[in-house]
Unconditional design. Structure first.
Lengths: 258, 258, 258
């Protein structure tokens, strides 16, 4: 039904793995490297040239764009040249990811997410719809970022300083939050809806508000699903799509010390 | 000027009504049913296959996508297979609506709206730009949702529970609000800008804040347009695009008891 | 690498300047006028017809769409007919700008920005990702609007009144703000993250909160980059992309009194 090879353009300088499907109306530029068993849906642009191309079109060499095996790139996604994506990448529709960004394995970059370039995202991160990630943001492993949350980087706009933000492993930032320039969110944190993070958040904090304040330790939050138990750290209670799926988190952790 | 039949793909299994126009670069997949006098603009994808297609492409049967007559689908809209839209649907550009969603008649789903699937929206609802509606959201009739408002569904992220939200008939949720999981907004409510709705809101409430609190009954809010009168319930003062346009709301209500 | 003239449609009634490049899959409708040395990337729609076209396709005349010289329109941008853009326009991906809007010279309209029509933006404005600008908004010169900020216009929704907002020259509105209907932000203002602007803001104010309140005069804010100095008015400390770049702001100001 799909993949009719209609209006597809693939550069002869691209390297396409085995059993890769490329959707109609999709363009793949020079030096894109796509791993085996990946699906690139329709209307995508992969290896979009950087701004240097327009300045020096005759001498420009497109930097490599590497997409790991078993990935699923949904329609209308734009991936710039010079970025690297681990295996099992999963994008929503209309994601835009600019140059010099590294994203680990098995990440979800959902519909309308806008990653501005020069960012670093770990493994198994889930970035939900319409999250905006400005340059020089660093996001750890097993992190959840919910819709409309923003990572900023200019500490005194407009200025010539770029001060990126950081999010530690296992942390969760819920909807409509703003992470202000330079702020570091620790590991295993939970940030409530509509918060403005203006100061660093220490590990295992539940914080909320504008400006966000630490309310309690996340290990003190009772589970809504399992009365009488605690919900956080969440890996003990949630495994879908995580590397410890179908086994015990503790067992996995012993085999995979961080 | 438009509709030059350039790079259009229409599945032979689609059913296209009378006097339907299909824009350039648009793709219409299997089992799409489009009512008479509908316009599908350029660069759209109608009947986008669900995830099952990629898992079982040989045996996959695309579920029906039904679009009512007299609809206007603006460019770059993606409508998934398995969803049903009543007559007079009006989408903005780049709307994305996933599977198993039912939308009533004469609804506006504006630019960049992201509806995640398994949702239910009534008749004459107006969902403005960039609203995000997560799975299992239920929105009533004659509802207005303003830009950047989010409907969430995970009560303790990440968890295995999906707890959808509800909005009653005639309610208005203004810009930049978050409706937290499981919250029910009653009928004829008005929610102020940038609110976080963490508890149910009773009928006829004006509520605002984070968390949102009921400030007063909406029937106590004076009209800005007509000094000395009350503005709410708004159907007495606003009729554009509503079924009671060009007649008295009370008269219409007597003929159409809810 | 790009600009292979693949699936490009250019109306014979369009006027294309010298040394203009048009990307693959781009459509240019009647009466579009593009200045010299402009680049229109792939998958764009320029001169999108207004709603009148669908009502009267046989007699409809597309109003002129004017794009100044030296502009850079990134992929998937939609520019409606009847709008005018000064020289050096720079759009991000998937920007949408509707009809009867005038944008000055050297403006940035970034990724996913949604301008609803009948708006006026001055020169050298920078509108960052995902800003939503409703009808009848007026934005001055040298203004910065950061991601996810919204300009609204309905003072008592739903109503028949449109009350646009205004932003004065040199002002900065940071992320996730809501400018409520009819509000006027003065010149040289700075608005903090996640603010709701419900009242007019006087010149040189630093305001923040929901509702936003004036905290201090911006001229009292110490510089983070240059200890012991003040950061605002910012033109004394920031010149990238501004007309006073490579010269002294005071010198430029004397030659260019406002």
């Amino acid at each position: 039904m799909k993949f009719n090879n209609r209006n597809v353009f693939i550069s002869p300088k691209a390297q396409i793995g085995l059993n890769v499907k490329i959707g109609d109306n999709t363009t793949i530029y020079d030096n894109v490297i796509i791993g085996d068993n990946t699906i690139v849906c329709n209307d995508c642009v992969i290896g979009e040239p950087t701004y240097q191309y327009y300045q020096h079109p005759d001498t420009y060499e497109n930097p490599p764009t590497v997409i790991g095996s078993g990935s699923m790139i949904r329609s209308h996604t734009i991936l710039y040249a010079g970025s690297t994506f681990g295996e099992g990448l999963n994008t929503g529709h209309r994601a835009t990811i600019r140059e010099n960004t590294t994203i680990g394995k098995h990440c979800l970059i959902s519909t309308l997410v806008d990653i501005q370039g020069n960012c670093n995202i770990g493994d198994y991160a889930r970035i939900y719809s319409n999250v905006h990630i400005s340059e020089h943001t660093r996001i750890g492993n097993y992190v959840f970022i919910f819709p409309y949350t923003i990572f900023t980087n200019d500490p005194q706009p407009p200025s010539n300083t770029l001060s990126g933000t950081q999010v530690g492993d296992y942390s969760i930032i819920t909807v409509h939050c703003c992470v202000l320039p330079g702020v570091k969110v620790g590991k295993h944190c939970l940030i409530g809806a509509n918060s403005v993070l203006s100061r660093d958040i220490e590990d295992y904090s539940f914080a909320i508000g504008s400006p966000a304040k630490r309310i309690k330790d996340i290990r003190e939050i009772p589970s809504k699903e399992n009365p009488g138990e605690m919900h956080y750290p969440w890996p003990y209670n949630f495994e879908r799509g995580m590397p410890w799926q179908h086994q015990d988190y503790n067992t996995w952790l012993q085999k995979n010390p961080s």
